[in-house]
Every structure is written in structure tokens, then in C-alpha cells.
Ligand binder design. Structure first.
Ligand code: PMP
Length: 455
């Protein structure tokens, strides 16, 4: 393979590439880290330096980088065909994968609609839910056009998924472009939006949600939620029983439940899907990220026979779901996903994760020694460590101090790649990391926080 001078690559990166979610003025002043290859739990840069991948690239890698079984499946499919459309045609891997997804997801999800990113999976769920109510029972429910989501929600960056987003930092500027969405308080117990204490609040945030539903159910098509963990908001973990109550309310008020499992799906929380923890079957489920083991872009929106059947009818009734992307159901991506599902079975995932989850939990206890650790939130293999200027008052650091960013630069110097969400240090280890590697992730993170915030 052709090799390039790392200095030239750095120059071209600064000159030509606009990086996502990145303040470019700052980025071009720092030395870019250019990854050349991956090996198991490690990323290796163009200068040959090795880094533990503490965030699974971007919360996607499941079985490790450059896994021979995944590489083989992709190469074998490439020798058959790289792409064939699902518009009017079918292809072999997309059929096999759809069958598999229906088998492994919560009961009732029987139809699979493919796309290629988490945001498009969400966009599709929103449009399906909307169109369902327009068509059901001859349009009797046509006033159900709005959505409910949670404050601090993150569902992707397309206009529809931003409309149901609730993070003012990411979404505020786009407000004039967005459709209307009703927001319920997030179950953010560390900074309760209702200013209550976790013990004894009786999940008052769910009561607020019920009030909202009671008032607006006639105009609400669906509620969208990140089950168990609001990831991008800083790993906000919902209390036990929260999701089940949300499901019950959706059923009671005739509102569809969209579970956005883009971040939490495929083993992240210790179960294959987060909804399983509370025995919840949503009406629509969005999957992406880990679906291909983190190898190729692919997403899926799953739904029920009830919703699907509202789209059946004679051509003149125009009940077609007019949505599709060119690369929808790409056979190479579907082949990677099928190989990833096989690995789940062979590696006994997610069942075998429990000791690793426990190792993380125990290791994180020592982080309380660090005086600027305000909160530690863990759900399975997802961790958020919230750093604060003052633990007593929970006062945040001034934004310009960029504490989170400085911590991850320290970690990088020590051989660990992580990415913060503001001042929340995120750990999303690859599910197949060894216990030794997990201990290294914890150790380097601890040292890096200590180096920036003091002991
Ligand atoms: N939903 C959730 C819960 C996410 O965390 C993300 C991405 N972090 C998305 C949707 C969007 O996925 P993508 O970046 O693949 O569009």
C-alpha cells in the first residue's frame, strides 16, 4: 500500500478536511492524530504510536478492530457484489439480516426498514409514525402530528432528528428550521430539573410526562426516547423502572413509542438491547452504530405489523412510504452485520460482559478520591464521569477552561483515546477488551483527570 509522509498528511488534513462537531479554529492549532490502522483494542497512528481505543471509535466498535471474521465477510461479499438497490429489487444479505434482526429484537418488531446512519433511522421512525396516524382508520387520527421527546435528548443531526433533540448547545441555532416538539423533563438525577432529591421523588419527571400526554395526546404521534441512557447529553442514566413507566403511559395515551437504540443497542448496556432490561417492546426501534460491529455504515428502523399494515393498500390510495436512500440495505454492510451477529453468538455476548461491567464499577469507585469528580454514571459498558469545579455545590467549570478537552489530551499522551462531552469524560470500551486493557483505560483516565484537576 502507498505510504504518505505524516507531515504532509497533517498539512492536508488542516488544509482540506472539515471535521464534524469540531471547533476548527482550535483543531488546526493542535497536532492532528491521524489513524492508519486498528488492531483489536488498539488504534495505531501514521507514526506507529499505539493507543487504546477507550470510546470504541465513536461508540461503534464491538468485537475489536480488524477482526478477521468481519474482514473476511466483507471481502467475500465484495467478490459477489458491492451494491444493489432495495428500490424494486432485493439482495441476499439484506434479507438474511432482516430475518435475524426480527429474531433478536424485542417481540412484535417484525419489519425492517434499512438506512445508513443513526439519524436516518430516527428520521424514518418519525416519518413512519406520522404517516401511520394519517392513514390509520381512514385518517380518523390525522391530528396526531406532533412528537414528544426528552429535554437533553440527542437523536442525530438531520433536521427531523434535530427537531426532536433537546440539547440547546447542539440544536439551539437551528430552532427556526425545526418542527414543533413537546419536551418532557429528563431523568437527570444529578441535576434534577425539578430540583428534587433522587430518593423519595417518586419519579416526578414521569408524572410531568403524564401531564403532558394527558393534555396533548390527541395531537401526539409518538414519543421518542434513548432507552436507559441519554448518551450525548453526558451519559444520563434513567432510574430503574423509568422506561417501563414510559411504555405504560404511551400505551394508555395511544402514543407510539420510538426507542432510539442507536447508542445503547448491541450489547452496550449489558443486554443485547436496552429495552430488554425492563421487558419493553417499543412500536418502532432505531438501530445503527454497533449493528455492523462498527465496520460499515448501516442502520435499521424496525416496526410492528400494526404499523406496517397501515401502509398496505391499492396504488391509488398512495399509502407507499415515500422514503429511501441510495445505499439503503447495502449488501456489503449487511454482510458485515450478519458476521457481527455470528460473533455475538460465538463470543457469548452480551452474557459474558458481566465481569467486565463489574470491573469497571469497582474501578470507578476509586475515582471518588479525585475532588473534582461530581458524578459517576455507569450503565453496562457506558460510563460518564462528570467533572465539576465544586463538588459541594455541583458548580460547573467555566466553559473556556475546557477541562474535558484537556483531560482527553492528557489521556492521549498516555496512550488512550477518549472523547469528552463537555466536562463529562466518556468511557465506551470495546466490548471484547480484556480485563487488563480495561484496567489500563481506568488507570490512564484516573491519572489524566488528576493531572488536569488536581488530587
Ligand atoms: N441517536 C443516538 C441516541 C445517538 O447517540 C446518535 C449518535 N451518537 C444518533 C442517534 C445519530 O447517529 P449517527 O451519528 O449515525 O447519525
Amino acid at each position: 500500500m502507498q505510504t504518505f509522509d505524516p507531515v504532509l498528511l497533517e498539512q492536508w488534513d488542516r488544509q482540506y478536511v472539515w471535521h464534524p462537531f469540531t471547533q476548527m479554529q482550535q483543531y488546526v492549532q493542535e497536532k492532528p492524530l491521524i489513524i492508519a490502522r486498528g488492531e483489536g483494542s488498539y488504534l495505531i497512528d501514521v507514526e506507529g504510536n499505539r493507543y487504546l481505543d477507550g470510546v470504541s471509535s465513536l461508540w461503534v466498535t464491538v468485537h475489536g478492530h480488524c477482526h478477521p471474521a468481519l474482514n473476511r465477510a466483507i471481502k467475500e461479499q465484495l467478490d459477489l457484489i458491492a451494491h444493489s438497490t432495495l428500490l424494486g429489487l432485493a439482495n441476499v444479505p439484506s434479507i438474511l439480516l432482516a430475518k435475524k434482526l426480527v429474531e433478536i429484537t424485542p417481540s412484535g418488531l417484525n419489519k425492517v426498514f434499512y438506512s445508513d446512519a443513526g439519524a436516518t433511522a430516527v428520521e424514518i421512525a418519525l416519518k413512519m409514525a406520522f404517516q401511520y396516524w394519517q392513514q390509520k382508520e381512514g385518517g380518523r387520527h390525522h391530528s396526531k402530528t406532533k412528537f414528544i421527546s426528552l429535554a437533553e435528548a440527542y437523536h442525530g443531526d438531520t433536521i427531523g432528528s434535530v427537531s426532536v433533540g433537546g440539547m440547546s448547545l447542539f440544536h439551539g441555532i437551528f430552532r427556526p428550521l425545526l418542527f414543533q416538539c413537546l419536551h418532557a423533563p429528563a431523568p437527570y438525577c444529578y441535576r434534577c430539573p425539578l430540583e428534587l432529591e433522587k430518593d423519595g421523588c417518586g419519579m416526578a419527571c414521569v408524572d410531568r410526562l403524564e401531564e403532558l400526554m394527558g393534555k396533548h395526546h390527541g395531537e401526539v404521534a409518538a414519543l421518542i426516547i434513548e432507552p436507559l441512557v441519554q448518551g450525548a447529553a453526558g451519559m444520563i442514566t434513567a432510574p430503574a423502572g423509568y422506561l417501563r413507566r414510559v411504555r405504560e403511559l404511551c400505551t394508555r395515551y395511544n402514543i407510539l413509542l420510538i426507542a432510539d437504540e442507536v447508542a445503547v443497542g448491541f450489547g452496550r448496556t449489558g443486554r443485547l438491547f436496552a429495552c430488554e432490561h425492563e421487558g419493553v417492546s417499543p412500536d418502532l426501534m432505531c438501530l445503527a452504530k454497533g449493528i455492523t460491529g462498527g465496520y460499515l455504515p448501516l442502520a435499521a428502523t424496525l416496526t410492528t405489523d400494526e404499523i406496517y399494515s397501515a401502509f398496505l393498500g391499492k396504488p391509488e390510495e398512495c399509502r407507499t412510504f415515500y422514503h429511501g436512500h441510495t445505499y439503503t440495505g447495502n449488501p456489503v454492510a449487511c454482510a458485515a452485520a450478519l458476521a457481527s451477529m455470528e460473533l455475538f453468538e460465538q463470543e457469548g455476548l452480551p452474557g459474558t460482559l458481566q465481569p467486565k461491567i463489574e470491573l469497571l464499577r469497582r474501578g470507578l469507585e476509586s475515582f471518588w478520591q479525585l475532588p473534582h469528580v461530581g458524578d459517576i454514571r455507569q450503565r453496562g459498558m457506558m460510563v460518564g464521569i462528570e467533572l465539576v469545579a465544586d463538588r459541594e455545590t455541583k458548580k460547573s467549570y467555566p466553559v473556556q477552561e475546557q477541562v474535558g478537552h484537556r483531560v482527553i489530551l492528557e489521556a492521549r499522551r498516555r496512550g488512550l483515546i477518549i472523547r469528552p462531552l463537555g466536562d463529562v469524560i466518556v468511557l465506551m470500551p470495546i466490548l471484547t477488551m480484556s480485563e487488563g486493557e480495561l484496567n489500563n483505560v481506568l488507570e490512564i483516565t484516573f491519572e489524566s483527570i488528576a493531572a488536569v484537576t488536581g488530587h
